[in-house]
Design a protein around this ligand. Structure first.
Ligand SMILES: Nc1nc2c(c(=O)[nH]1)N(C=O)[C@@H](CNc1ccc(C(=O)N[C@@H](CCC(=O)O)C(=O)O)cc1)CN2
Ligand SMILES: Nc1nc2c(ncn2[C@@H]2O[C@H](COP(=O)(O)OP(=O)(O)OP(=O)(O)O)[C@@H](O)[C@H]2O)c(=O)[nH]1
Ligand SMILES: [Mg+2]
Length: 471
């Protein structure tokens, strides 16, 4: 990567397209100040733009006509986001004005920026590491406040700090081992292998494994989970969807076979973005009322396969019919099923207890809640049970750790884990110190891919191309 070269000057519209309050055009690079002087006419004469001061004035079109009334700021390198000279022009958010200004800057020599290029420059300048750049994407795309909080912590450097600590331990261990390489003639074994192994385990392997576990939870907050409501016709699936969303989203009727196409909607479950999917009630094709319902049942079965978790709805009025037992048997190999007894409002307490016991006998060890989608009873218990099913220990995650490794980090961490386990075995088997040193150096290099220090250009390009233009 060529970081030493003098870069060109880039420009982009930094605010989203469409109408709004203010639209910002940002410029970064060695020509930024010169471009400002050419396109911007301050209201009062400015002998020299002072960094980080806001100036009021006008911008003009190519032909000299007034384009917009704006505020402009110059941020002198290295005190800017990119650590280069930066200029920002705050215009009215008129798409035509912003495009015109960008075109004007282009004719004066500014190159239209690529997606994420400002942030890439911040990364190349060392303002942020790769995990922080990735956190920025997470923040921009977070679907819940909890997800945004995790991303903000990572943007602030939480993961970078944890990785830095692990690296530091490895560097110390490596230094310790290299002393032995430098003095090969010493009689005594210079490396206390037991102590080195203990430190490698405690200061590298264990924290790496903890981060791999965190990645599982982080994925839930970032990518969410798919929750499918399944059951026989008329169990109250659509009623439950509506109750969860607090909105009459799906049609509800007393006619079995009402829902045909599956219906999806997003909800926030304890900070996890959950996609809830209401499906057609499952019954044999012969029992369906028409060909459309048959297709709906087929689709419902496909949805069951794509689900991260299932809510199996049991109609309390109908009880544990052979059809329901057959459906449960079909799903029984799925790990994440919550049994939901619906329409409890129609049962006496004793009947409800009896039915719950029978359901528990049918599905030993499965979580079970009893609700009324109609009057809202038990909905809170259902959401709690669901959260426990999808994200056990989610409470402690995010609140204490606040680390959110993504899939890329997780893949790197798993390579580190494997290499570390191998190095431990070599250490304990008495492998020569120069081999151990090579092993440790390669672990260090692998860890460096998280912060981006040792990432190949393709990885960097893949990360920055996920941004929008102007970021
Ligand atoms: N108008 C505007 N708003 C923005 C940004 C921006 O670039 N422009 N940001 C980005 O997209 C984010 C903020 N991030 C930033 C980080 C550092 C610096 C910066 O100039 N740091 C200097 C000066 C700090 C100071 O004045 O003390 C420095 O650290 O040296 C600016 C923005 C969000 N809001
Ligand atoms: N008493 C009572 N009735 C309910 C409850 N939940 C749903 N119902 C009624 O049960 C009937 C079926 O409800 P739906 O929500 O349409 O059932 P569904 O499982 O989506 O049915 P299909 O789409 O046909 O598979 C409707 O008449 C609802 O009013 C409940 O908790 N208590
Ligand atoms: Mg329905």
């Amino acid at each position: 990567m060529n970081t030493g070269a003098r870069r060109d000057t880039i420009a982009a519209i930094a605010t989203p397209p469409g109408s709004g309050g203010i639209g910002v055009v940002r410029v970064s690079g060695p020509e930024a100040l010169h471009l400002l002087q050419q396109v911007f006419q301050p209201r009062r004469a400015v002998p020299a733009f002072v960094s980080h001061h806001l100036y009021y004035g006008h911008i003009r079109a190519q032909n000299g006509s007034l384009l917009d009334e704006v505020l402009a700021v110059y941020m002198q390198a290295p005190h800017s986001y990119t650590c280069e000279d930066v200029v920002e022009l705050q215009c009215h958010a008129a798409p035509v004005v912003l495009q015109e200004l960008l075109a004007r800057l282009a004719t004066l020599g500014a190159r239209p920026a690529e997606p994420g290029e400002f942030t890439k420059r911040a990364f190349l300048a060392g303002r942020i590491d790769l995990s922080q750049a990735e956190a920025l994407i997470d923040l921009l795309t977070a679907r819940t406040a909890a997800g945004a909080e995790l991303a903000a912590a990572q943007l602030h450097g939480a993961l970078a700090a944890a990785i830095g600590g692990i690296r530091q331990s490895l560097i110390e261990l490596l230094a310790h081992i290299e002393v032995a390489i430098d003095f090969p003639d010493e009689d005594a074994e210079l490396v206390d292998r037991k102590e080195a192994a203990r430190r490698l385990r405690a200061e590298v392997l264990a924290p790496v494994q903890a981060l791999i576990a965190d990645a599982g939870y982080a994925r839930l907050y970032r990518e969410g989970a798919r929750l499918v409501i399944a059951g026989l016709p008329n169990a109250g699936k659509s009623s439950l969807l509506n109750a969860l969303l607090r909105e009459e989203r799906a049609l509800v009727t007393a006619v079995p076979g009402t829902t045909r196409d599956s219906i999806e909607e997003g909800m926030n479950l304890g900070g996890i973005p959950v996609q809830v999917i209401d499906t057609a009630g499952i019954r044999p094709a012969a029992a369906c009322s028409d060909a459309v319902e048959v297709l709906g049942v087929e689709r419902a079965r496909q949805m069951l396969l794509s689900a991260d978790a299932l809510l199996l709805l049991i109609d309390a009025e109908a009880g544990l019919t052979p059809a329901l037992r057959a459906l449960y048997a079909e799903l029984a190999d799925r790990a994440q099923i919550l049994l939901v007894l619906n329409k409890r409002d129609l049962l006496q307490a004793a009947e409800e207890r009896h039915l719950c016991a029978a359901a528990a006998a049918m599905a030993p060890g499965r979580p079970l809640v009893s609700i009324s989608a109609k009057n809202g009873e038990g909905l809170q218990e259902l959401q709690d049970a669901l959260l426990a099913l999808i994200a056990p220990a989610a409470d402690s995650f995010g609140r204490s750790a606040r680390l959110a490794p993504n899939r890329r980090h997780q893949a790197v961490l798993m390579r580190v884990e494997a290499a570390c386990t191998q190095c431990l075995a070599a250490l304990e088997a008495g492998a020569p110190v120069d081999l151990l040193s090579v092993d440790m150096q390669s672990i260090l290099e692998t860890i460096g891919e998280i912060s981006g220090e040792t990432s190949p250009d393709e990885v960097l390009d893949a990360v920055f191309s996920r941004f929008c233009i102007g970021k």
